[in-house]
Design a protein around this ligand. Structure first.
Ligand SMILES: *Cc1c(COP(=O)(O)O)cnc(C)c1O
Length: 369
């Protein structure tokens, strides 16, 4: 009997670092610094260093971080923000939370990221920001998008929630625009033991405003400069993340090793495999293959005890919650096709070669039986 291969295994990652985590949490409890506090501050410093930005600001989620990024641009109701329809819904939540309108641009089918060739046509006098996503951990076409952004004078916000440590032309993502949002949801490349997020920035004033916005719009307690939020990072999450961050580079290298090994194990099958575009190093948050009979392949894997997942089965322009935007089937054909063909295979630093061989064997079986 062959073992199941889980889609994700958070226990395997925690076990070897459990003692250090316990110690850091115990120290946090000793201090009772539950909301923000020294552990969060330490993590913010370390994470800014990791992303090579001057500042990082901790949040209670990636969604909150992206919301505040748009607040920093003083976006008004009725303004437009250009983004991708092929992403996790939270990218668009940030836009909706500032009462702006998400304007979608289709993806490049090779990288699944916003296609810069289609960007300029979507820009109007109301466009106040461009917010592409480094989807699956693969950097978007930074030069292509920045060229349009600069020409039009529109600020860039990165959704880097899946891309901790990914690089574009040797530069770590997170510092290409006004701000970048990261998520530390447990399943992300750097996961908290609960919810968490961060903004990285290269401007002291904006970083200070982001800190104020996450804490009720105040810098002096009970004096509120603008309408803010309770978006503080918990002290315990700061303690956990501060312990985990030094492992991230090694974990990313392990993900890359797993991805390359999949590419060689699955070579020659009638299956589109992921690759890195010129100048890009993916953080390999996900390993996504595509095939027209994706649903059958998924059933086959599940029947054999191999975990897999869909990222994402329905593009945002076709979601019920965004019906009022007035988009219809056929508006973004590449996103729609990707949504029907994509399948995410298990990828995490702790995935063993034996497990990976099993996944590849079961995938191969689909095409030979
Ligand atoms: C996870 C994720 C978010 C939201 O992060 P949370 O921490 O879950 O709020 C936003 N955008 C993308 C692309 C994500 O993957």
């Amino acid at each position: 009997m062959v073992d199941r291969v889980p889609y994700l295994d958070l226990v395997a990652q925690m076990k070897p670092i459990r003692a250090d985590i316990n110690k850091a949490i115990a120290e946090n409890l000793d201090r009772c610094s539950f909301c923000l506090g020294p552990d969060v501050e330490q993590f913010e410093k370390d994470f800014a260093t990791y992303c090579k930005t001057s500042h990082a600001v901790g949040f209670n989620s990636g969604t909150s971080a992206l919301h505040v990024a748009l607040r920093l641009l003083d976006i008004q109701p009725g303004d437009e923000v250009v983004t991708t329809p092929f992403t996790f819904v939270a990218t668009s939540w940030a836009i909706s939370y500032v009462h702006a309108k998400p304007v979608y641009v289709d993806i490049d089918p090779k990288t699944f990221n916003l296609d810069p060739r289609k960007l300029e046509a979507a820009i109007t006098p109301k466009t106040k920001a461009i917010m592409p996503v480094h989807l699956y951990g693969h950097p978007f076409d930074v030069d292509g998008i920045l060229a349009v952004a600069r020409k039009k004078g529109i600020p860039l916000i990165e959704d880097a929630c899946q891309a901790h440590g990914a690089t574009y032309k040797g530069k770590t993502v997170g510092g290409f625009g006004v701000a970048a949002g990261f998520s530390f949801y447990p399943g992300k490349n750097l996961g908290a033991y609960g919810e968490g997020g961060a903004l990285t920035l290269n401007d002291a004033k904006l970083a200070a405003r982001a800190k104020s916005l996450r804490e009720h719009g105040s810098t002096v307690r009970y004096y509120h400069d603008e309408i803010g939020y309770n978006y503080r990072m918990e002290g315990v999450q700061g303690a956990v993340l501060k312990v985990k961050l030094p492992y991230l580079a090694g974990w990313t290298a392990d993900r890359q090793r797993v991805a390359r090994r999949y590419n060689s194990l699955l070579k020659g099958l009638p299956l589109q495999l992921p690759s890195e575009a010129e100048g890009c190093e993916s953080a390999w948050h996900l390993y996504v293959v595509r095939h027209p009979k994706r649903d059958d392949l998924k059933k086959h894997l599940e029947a054999a005890g191999v975990g897999c997942a869909l990222h994402y089965p329905l593009p945002l322009h076709l979601q019920k919650c965004y019906a009022s935007l007035g988009y219809k089937q056929g508006d973004f054909p590449e996103s729609e096709r990707a949504a029907s063909e994509c399948l995410s295979l298990p990828i995490y630093p702790e995935l063993t070669e034996k497990q990976q061989d099993r996944v590849a064997h079961v995938v191969r079986q689909f095409f030979t039986s």
